[in-house]
Structure formats: C-alpha cells, structure tokens
Design a protein around this ligand. Structure first.
Ligand SMILES: Nc1ncnc2c1ncn2[C@@H]1O[C@H](COP(=O)(O)OP(=O)(O)OP(=O)(O)O)[C@@H](O)[C@H]1O
Ligand SMILES: [Mg+2]
Length: 150
C-alpha cells in the first residue's frame, strides 16, 4: 500500500553536511520525496513531536538537540514506505544499528542519531500534519515508476 512517512534529518545531519548523501539513499531506493523544508524547530514543536517521551530522563536533552540548529523535514512516499524507511534508518542506538543503515553508517551516539522516521501509520499522519500544511505536499508522478514497481 502506498504510504507517506514523516522523516527528519536532525540538526547533526544538517550540520555535518550529510543531507545529500542521506537524501540519495531515499532516491536510490525508489522512494518519492513529496515535501521538504529546512527549518529551525522551536521548543514547543519539538516537545509536541516527541510528546510520547516527555517523562523520560533524556527528554530535556532530546528537545535541546532537536532545537539546536536547523533540521531538514520531509514527507516521503512509497509502497510500505513507513517500514521500508525504518529499516533504512536502523536501530535507535547507532552503535547497535546494522552497518548499511543510515544510523549504522553515520552515527555513534543515541543522543546524536542523525534521523527520525515515523514508526506507524498513525504517528506518520500525526507528524505530517504537525510539520506540513496539506498544500505543501506535492502530488506528482515519477517517469520511472514502471521500472520501480511491477
Ligand atoms: N537513552 C537515550 N538517550 C538519549 N537520547 C535518546 C535515548 N533514547 C531515545 N533518545 C532520543 O529520542 C529519540 C526518540 O526515541 P525513540 O524511542 O522514539 O527512538 P526511534 O523511534 O528509533 O527514533 P525517532 O523517533 O527519532 O525516529 C531517539 O531517536 C533519540 O534521538
Ligand atoms: Mg520514535
């Protein structure tokens, strides 16, 4: 089923100039970028986005990390995109993430783990609405579609 996922390259990815390499992985896979915005995330938005973790001891540090400098926010579309992208992203702790995944290849620390991706259809819908207006999400077709999907 065609799904949309909310994906964010966190401030470390932007500041370490990793955006191009990471974006290439999604393009190479055959996924479609349907929205993208480089933005400074403020404290309220970071707290809302990561609300499920508000009681955790790392919450303050997480909000500080996410708001420390600009992040690249995206909506990415494709067949089973949510689970496909989570596989590409890898485990939360980059030291444990498989080599070949984004976190496994680019990171070392859970508190600097490069990228966020939605973990389920419900969270994807919530996160997309939190970061994008519906009219900012582009509806277009890719000319190679018949070579990506049977
Ligand atoms: N023990 C920890 N120490 C520091 N930061 C943490 C820790 N656990 C989680 N985090 C931060 O909180 C984020 C959200 O944690 P979560 O458990 O939802 O992991 P995830 O779903 O793999 O990551 P994300 O939601 O960012 O895609 C992590 O990506 C990481 O940045
Ligand atoms: Mg999560």
């Amino acid at each position: 089923m065609i799904e949309r996922s909310f994906v964010m390259m966190k401030p470390d990815a932007v500041s370490r100039r990793l955006m191009g390499q990471i974006l290439s992985r999604f393009e190479d896979k055959g996924l479609k970028i349907v929205a993208m915005k480089l933005r400074q995330i403020d404290e309220d938005l970071a707290k809302e986005h990561h609300g499920e973790h508000k009681e955790k001891p790392f919450f303050g540090g997480l909000v500080e990390y996410i708001t420390s400098s600009p992040a690249l926010t995206m909506v990415i579309e494709g067949d089973d995109a949510i689970s496909v992208i989570r596989k590409m992203v890898g485990a939360t702790n980059p030291k444990e993430a498989d080599i070949g995944t984004i976190r496994g290849d680019f990171g070392m620390d859970t508190g600097r783990n490069i990228i966020h991706a939605s973990d389920a259809p419900e969270s994807a819908a919530r996160e997309i609405a939190l970061f994008f207006d519906e009219e900012e999400i582009c509806d277009y077709s890719m000319s190679d579609n018949a070579w990506i999907y049977e």
